[in-house]
Design a protein around this ligand. Sequence first.
Ligand SMILES: Cc1ncc(COP(=O)(O)O)c(C=O)c1O
Length: 407
Amino acid sequence: MIMTRRIFVASSLAAPAVLTGATRSWAEVEKILASGNVKGKLSKDDLPTPSLLLDLDLFEANVQKMAAHAKARGRALRPHAKTHKCSELAKYLMSQGAVGACSAKISEAEALAAGGVTGLLVTGSLAGRHRIERGIALAAKRPETIFVVDNTQNAQDLNDAAAAAKQKINVAIDLLVGRRTGITPGEPALGLARAVMQMKNLKLAGIQAYSGFSAHVQGFEKRRATSTEWMGQAVATRWLFEKDGIPCPWLSGGSTGTYNIDSEIDGVTELQPGSYVFMDQGYGSIGSSTGTDKYSDFAHSLTVVASVYSKPSDDIAVVDAGLKAFATDSGGTPESVSHPGVPYAWAGDEHGRLDLKKAPRAINLGDRVEFTVTHCDPTVNLYDRIFCHRGGQVEKIWRINARGMSQ
Ligand SMILES: Cc1ncc(COP(=O)(O)O)c(C=O)c1O
């Protein structure tokens, strides 16, 4: 059909306006966002898409649950900030009982410290000249920071740099409990601890034993057996140090998947879980201690909100969130919480495709669709800020100030 001007005008008038959701103009939203004073002024439907959202009610419940668990079991809690990369969030966790924060790398620790976080444990080694220099500089500002070593030469290099700077550096022996970094538990670790004890500018804080290998083992009993085996080796190493006359008052480990397993092992003094604050789909299906396949100890407080910006056919809606909006490493696809059961498929850097064939209700151009994420840590690293809301009303914005700090 050739569209005459009259038909065009009539058909565009007949179409519903695509203004779904937003309660304010973009100019108003921009002004409010720039002011930083958002409480009571913005609905999550006013936010640009895709955006990262945090449901404060669910998040706070997650935080309380872990804090109460650690307290009841007499363990310190030093949550891992690699999950959220946000000084404000780390400080909130400390206001709720955490003793500090873990950081994965030195640059992440620097950003957290610049944002006012204290009690840092840098869980990745300081191998290499620049990492050592940065570690020494951080320790000058935050002397309580703990660094890890798993190699005698690296410990010696760190000691020499600390001596040159006239500083004393806290170090923990990083143990290989599973497969990743660290020195083998038992005699090899004891050899390193003895060497560290001889180094005048290093102070041995204890042991770090993160068994990431155990965290996602499917089924609680299997997970318990795996983590107990590996953490058992860590604890045995702690007692070996003590027997050798090396004080070892502190052993940090654990994850979201094993927090209630490792907290039952005598000799583990501190838990360092990360993902529990947000949760992701990867953790959602590891099975819980109640015997269910689902892992519902913590709620999915983190979501990405996208919006439909093309409808190529009645059966397909294209949202503005693709590979740049979600981490893709876990193999799964984001699940919609606003439109449960509507399948999402990757459709490019900026695009995701919704299959509407079985959609229980209509999804139109401009509609907002909210998703849980397959893997929270690398998803958060894609965003500059988290919009924190309560019941859909934005309460505050947290800057993800360690975003991209993977050096
Ligand atoms: C050293 C270390 N500790 C703790 C954690 C926290 O684990 P999760 O996010 O599974 O709770 C991680 C995560 O990768 C880690 O690398």
